[in-house]
Write a protein of this length. Structure first.
Length: 174
């Protein structure tokens, strides 16, 4: 029996344009590749930048490439999900990103040459919309240049709902 989705030419994992949906880890790969492959320093910064990509691009602008998104929740230092680190480990395992160091504040996240080539290939073949890449680049460029405290403050002010369990919100909320 043929489902209504199959009749319309749409199969699970395929968009209506016959383009395979990409895993949500692709957002992290693009984030690390953007802004001239500038590494992201610190787990909190990476988590907050990924949160901003989720909120500002995927949810607000409705630009996406995956049916699966991150499930952020209020936590000790604002919005958090373990899924980011699960995806980072997977990307590292296949050699698309590098993670250096163990300390939360100084850990360095960067795209590898293979990861950069993968992103270029996705853009070139049209599997990754150039608009999505540009918007992620804009987030990383604008928010990535501020100090960690300024980044956290901006996230807290723009998304106060995600501060309800924060241990540091009193430092940022007036």
């Amino acid at each position: 029996m043929i489902s209504s989705r199959e009749r319309s030419g749409e199969k699970q994992g395929v968009t209506s344009g016959n383009v395979m949906r990409l895993p949500r880890a692709t957002y992290l790969l693009v984030l690390l590749d953007s802004n001239k492959q500038k590494p992201i320093i610190g787990r909190t910064a990476l988590e907050k930048l990924t949160f901003l990509v989720e909120k500002k691009i995927i949810e607000e602008l409705k630009i996406g490439l995956s049916t699966d998104t991150y499930h952020f929740r209020p936590w000790r230092f604002g919005p958090f999900t373990e899924e980011v680190f699960d995806d980072l480990n997977a990307l590292q395992t296949v050699g698309l990103i590098a993670i250096e160091g163990e300390d939360e504040e100084t850990q360095r996240f960067s795209v590898t040459e293979n990861g950069h080539k993968s992103v270029q290939r996705l853009v070139k073949t049209g599997r990754l919309a150039s608009l999505l890449y540009e918007e992620i680049d804009r987030i990383k460029t604008n928010y990535g240049k501020v100090s960690l405290m300024d980044l956290v403050e901006r996230v807290y002010k723009e998304y106060p709902k995600f501060t309800e369990r924060s241990e540091i919100k009193d430092s940022f909320m007036y």
